[in-house]
Structure formats: structure tokens, C-alpha cells
Design a binder for this molecule. Structure first.
Ligand code: S0N
Length: 293
């Protein structure tokens, strides 16, 4: 960043972030994840906490992730969310293969499910930026999770890949369509058909990640990106996130974008004239509002 940028915006603070444990209002504990918020800053951090399984997710993990994302969405003090994995070996290695049944993934004696798809949609629709902070492996359904996040900051030890056709699975939803958007249709075919793994620097060249930093600087750099985002207009970012997703998300994408237009309209005098007229049992008078060119 040049000097004139700093003159108008001031320097991005570099003091260490202090995390404190966070909870949702369900009264339930988190077992498979760690949920934290930065003291005095609008950053939430959600960490998949199954390092002994390279942070593979089971249905329970996804349910807890969804609870934490929901809480971060509802907390007006939170402006940016980091998704990461515990330790430096893996961001997430996808669905827990030991729990895969003919119905999908099943926790102890439970029915199988593919609830990671609900989480993907939640990440896409959540109106705050979500940053994947990736150290180590981002593989399979874990690779899809980083792709559906808004930004990805990778450590130099990160490894990216899909294993589906090797282990008898595939993600024919976002895992295919968003990948094709990110890296192009030929490269997406390569990634899925050959099931190769890619280094962080290869991923950066492919457009899979935003930046690569030394492992020891991963969180510091991610927090810096969060702080830069937090200096900007939340409404502008909210609308932009939905706009950037709208074409790919079809009707649901337009609904999200359109919802933001409604939200902004509710804040205008013109929008309120209609409501007030209804409540005051009078005919609305929109004549004073401009019909702009
Ligand atoms: C990640 C890899 C490359 C790491 O290798 P490394 O460092 O050599 O470690 P390992 O010794 O292999 O692993 C350490 C321990 O962790 C266990 N483990 C690792 N990954 C998994 C996993 N995914 N499931 C269960 N266990 C895992 C190892 O078994 C080992 O345990 P111990 O010490 O007890 O032996 C390497 O581990 C690797 O290749 N992992 C598997 C990656 C993989 O194939 N993932 C699954 C891909 N498929 C999906 O994610 C499904 C996609 C999906 O979720 C989906 C998509 C669309 C629609 C629906 C769904 C859905 O299913 O919900």
C-alpha cells in the first residue's frame, strides 16, 4: 500500500489479536469445533477440531459449524469470519470416511446424511465475508469448503486436491461449478479427473487462493485482511458478496441480492411512506420522490 492510501485510511493495526471463547444460545457445548471471537474487534474464528483425523468432518462437526456460523451471522459486532482447521497439518480432509454409509455420513447409530451441502449454502448466503485460513491439507469436501469461502489465505505448507473419483465420491454441486469458475473448466477437469494434489504456490497460480504466506505468519496475515475489510462499509460488502454470487446461485442468488435491495429500500423515506400511509389509513403520497433518469 502506498503513502497516499495510508494518509486517507491510516495504517492497518498490527497488534496481536486476543481470542476469547464464544458460544451460541443453544446451551449446547461445541465438541468438534472451537468457536472464538476477537476481543474488541469484529472477527469470529471457527476451527474444525479433529486434528487426529486431519480435521475430517462428521455430521456432528457440520451441525456445530452451522450453529457457530449462525451465531456469527446474528452477532452485529461480527463483520468477518475465519474458517480454519486445528493444527498445521490440515485445514480439512473432507468427509470422515470411517463414518460413510450407503446413506451418507452417519454418527453413532444415527441416520446417514450429506449435511455439508447445507453448510456450503450457509457460507455462500451469509452476508459477511468468510475467509478460509488454510494450513496443510484441504482435500475432498474440505477443499470444497475453502472454495465456497469468499477468500482463501494459504500457508506455504498448504496442499489442495480432490480425491472423489479415487475414494468413490464426488461433489457435482458447488464442488464442480464453483471450481470451474475459479480455475477454469479445463483445470477443473484436471483436478477432478486426475485427483492430483497441488502445492500452495500452484494453487495461487491457478486462482484457487488469494495469497500464500509463510506458515508462521498465517494467522497474522489473515487478521490483517480481516481488519482491512472491517474498515470498509458493511452494507457495500454485503451487497457485493451477494452480487458476486448471484449469477452462479441462480434464483437463490437473485433472491439474496434482491433481499439486500429491499433491506436498503426499507431505510429510505420513500420506502417508509408506503408503510406509514398504511398504518395511518391514508393514501400513500409518492409524488415527492424523484423518478430518476
Ligand atoms: C489428507 C491426507 C492426504 C493426509 O495424509 P497424511 O498427512 O499422511 O495423514 P494420514 O496418516 O493419512 O491421516 C491421519 C489420520 O487421519 C485419518 N484421516 C485422514 N483423512 C480422513 C478422512 N477424510 N476420513 C477419515 N479419516 C481420515 C487417517 O485415517 C489417519 O488415521 P489413523 O492415524 O487412525 O490411521 C490423507 O489423510 C487423505 O488422503 N485423507 C482422505 C482424504 C479423502 O479422501 N477425503 C474424502 C473425500 N470425499 C469427501 O470429502 C466427500 C465429499 C462430500 O463430503 C460430499 C460432496 C458432495 C455431496 C455430499 C458430500 C458428502 O459426502 O457429504
Amino acid at each position: 500500500m502506498n503513502d497516499s492510501y495510508h494518509r486517507t485510511h491510516g495504517k492497518v493495526p498490527t497488534h496481536p489479536v486476543v481470542w476469547e471463547p464464544a458460544f451460541d444460545d443453544s446451551g449446547k457445548k461445541f465438541i468438534d469445533i472451537i468457536y472464538a471471537k476477537a476481543v474488541g474487534e469484529g472477527i469470529a474464528k471457527i476451527t474444525i477440531n479433529r486434528p487426529e483425523r486431519r480435521n475430517a468432518f462428521r455430521p456432528q462437526t457440520i451441525k456445530e459449524l452451522m450453529r457457530a456460523f449462525n451465531d456469527a451471522r446474528d452477532d452485529a459486532a461480527v463483520g468477518v469470519i475465519i474458517l480454519t482447521g486445528k493444527g498445521t497439518d490440515a485445514f480439512c480432509s473432507g468427509g470422515d470416511q470411517a463414518l460413510r454409509t450407503k446413506d451418507g455420513y452417519a454418527d453413532d447409530a444415527d441416520i446417514g446424511r450429506l449435511n455439508v451441502l447445507d453448510l456450503q449454502i450457509q457460507i455462500r448466503r451469509l452476508p459477511k465475508p468468510i475467509i478460509a485460513m488454510v494450513a496443510g491439507y484441504a482435500i475432498g469436501g474440505g477443499h470444497v469448503l475453502h472454495m465456497v469461502c469468499d477468500l482463501t489465505i494459504a500457508a506455504d505448507n498448504a496442499v489442495f486436491g480432490q480425491t472423489g473419483p479415487k475414494v468413490g465420491s464426488f461433489d457435482a454441486g458447488y464442488g464442480s461449478s464453483i471450481m470451474s469458475r475459479l480455475i477454469g473448466p479445463k483445470k477443473a477437469r484436471e483436478m477432478w479427473f486426475l485427483t492430483r494434489f497441488y502445492t500452495a504456490s500452484e494453487a495461487e497460480k491457478m486462482g484457487l487462493v488469494n495469497t500464500v504466506v509463510p506458515l508462521e505468519n498465517l494467522e497474522k496475515e489473515t487478521v490483517k485482511w480481516c481488519r482491512e475489510i472491517l474498515r470498509n462499509s458493511p452494507a457495500a460488502i454485503r451487497v457485493l458478496k451477494s452480487a458476486l454470487n448471484a449469477v452462479d446461485d441462480g434464483h437463490a442468488g437473485l433472491q439474496e441480492l434482491g433481499g439486500n435491495a429491499t433491506l436498503l429500500f426499507y431505510g429510505t423515506e420513500e420506502g417508509n411512506e408506503g408503510k406509514n400511509a398504511y398504518l395511518q389509513r391514508r393514501r400513500p403520497d409518492f409524488s415527492k420522490f424523484p423518478r430518476r433518469p
